[in-house]
Design a protein around this ligand. Structure first.
Ligand SMILES: Nc1nc2c(ncn2[C@@H]2O[C@H](COP(=O)(O)OP(=O)(O)OP(=O)(O)O)[C@@H](O)[C@H]2O)c(=O)[nH]1
Ligand SMILES: [Zn+2]
Length: 346
């Protein structure tokens, strides 16, 4: 069994600060969550943790750090993560769902072919920014493209934060260029459409020995079982979060991220004569002027507009759901108070 130190597992000052006086906390990093079963890695090895009353597994994500009781293996509390990737939960109820925590780098994977799509990249860049992760655009299938550099230029033009690498993901030598992003204790997660090479990159970065093969743990009955692992060790000493939820991400509550990725347009819009300028036909519109002068690509404006509308829709429906839940609660409370009152009178 491989033993990892806290630093190997990604522990840092950010978490130590949350432990107050405790200098050697019993802390574990979550590697998998399956209904009420939480698997984790601590410097003493893999373990299965249980949630205390009042904490549901929905409030935890792969990558989270938790403090736990070494005797009962019950989680004491979740440490506030330095980054959190969320998405709009499926279904009609608008809720956000936690997908992964403490991710240093969001690897945004696309290929040097027709999969390359500026709008999608901007959406993921906004997501990385609102989650608090560094974005790294990975342009695979460079070996099959005539001019991979052109894709790299288009990608880096999207945001001052965008770093892009072109590569042949099937070549382990080329993948080793990424090791600096997943060095000791660093965590990466990959997003991107189907077929762009996420599995190829994951396999390449984690090497042939899959962690699922060599880590065993005790289940509740004391038997040894092997469970699917979502926090995978990379050969360069870091971690890759690969959960089903990571694979299909939408945008929720990403308005900060959008402002950052589209900082150029937001700055222009701030200079429009009217606060509520729609950048269509108003006089004194700085955005229109930038389009007319060729400074701003009208397609980029369209994508910004679309992303903002989508984000507004998601955020509004989240607020609406909360408001509805509040008024329902009030109704129930009112109902039970009335029932009590009635019983008292009877
Ligand atoms: N030539 C070449 N082929 C690649 C590259 N990256 C991925 N492929 C191939 O593309 C196909 C799809 O790659 P996957 O790694 O399965 O893609 P994925 O993103 O995991 O796809 P999903 O599992 O559907 O999400 C495989 O046949 C890979 O071998 C690359 O950089 N160059
Ligand atoms: Zn305007």
């Amino acid at each position: 069994m491989t033993i990892y130190s806290r630093a190997d597992l990604g522990w840092r000052h950010h978490f130590a600060l949350q432990c107050g006086e405790i200098t050697e906390p019993d802390a574990a990093r979550l590697t998998g969550i399956d209904r009420d079963r939480v698997s984790a890695l601590s410097p003493d090895g893999p373990l299965v943790l249980t949630c205390p009353q009042g904490l549901s597994t929905g409030e935890l994500a792969v990558g989270d750090w938790t403090l736990f009781d070494p005797d009962s293996h019950r989680i004491i509390r979740r440490l506030e993560p330095f980054s959190a990737i969320k998405r709009k939960a499926a279904g009609r109820e608008a809720r956000t769902q936690l997908i992964a925590a403490n991710v240093d780098t969001l690897g945004i994977v696309t290929s040097c072919n027709s999969d390359f799509n500026e709008a999608r990249l901007e959406r993921y860049l906004a997501l990385a920014s609102s989650a608090g992760c560094m974005p790294l655009i990975l342009l695979t299938k460079a070996d099959m493209a005539e001019d991979p550099d052109e894709y790299r230029h288009r990608a880096t033009a999207l945001s001052p934060l965008a770093v892009a690498e072109t590569l042949d993901a099937t070549d382990p030598g080329e993948l080793s260029r990424l090791s600096g992003w997943v060095g000791t204790g660093q965590t990466m997660a990959l997003v991107g459409s189907s077929g762009v090479g996420k599995t190829t990159i994951t396999n390449g970065l984690t090497g042939a020995s899959d962690l699922t093969q060599d880590i065993r743990e005790d289940d509740a009955r004391g038997r040894h079982t092997t469970t699917a692992r979502f926090l995978k060790r990379t050969v360069s000493g870091g971690w890759l979060i690969d959960t089903p939820g990571m694979r299909e991400l939408g945008l929720a509550d990403a308005s900060d991220g959008i402002a950052e990725v589209f900082g150029d347009i937001e700055d222009l819009a701030a200079a429009c004569r009217f606060n509520d300028c729609s950048h269509e036909s108003e006089p004194g519109c700085a955005v229109k002027a930038a389009i007319d002068s060729g400074e701003l690509d009208p397609e980029r404006l369209k994508r910004w507009d679309k992303l903002k509308r989508e984000d507004r829709y998601n955020s509004e429906s989240i607020a609406e759901t909360r408001a509805r839940a509040r008024s329902l609660n009030k109704l129930y409370r009112g109902g039970s108070a009335r029932a009590k009152e009635k019983r008292r009178i009877e």
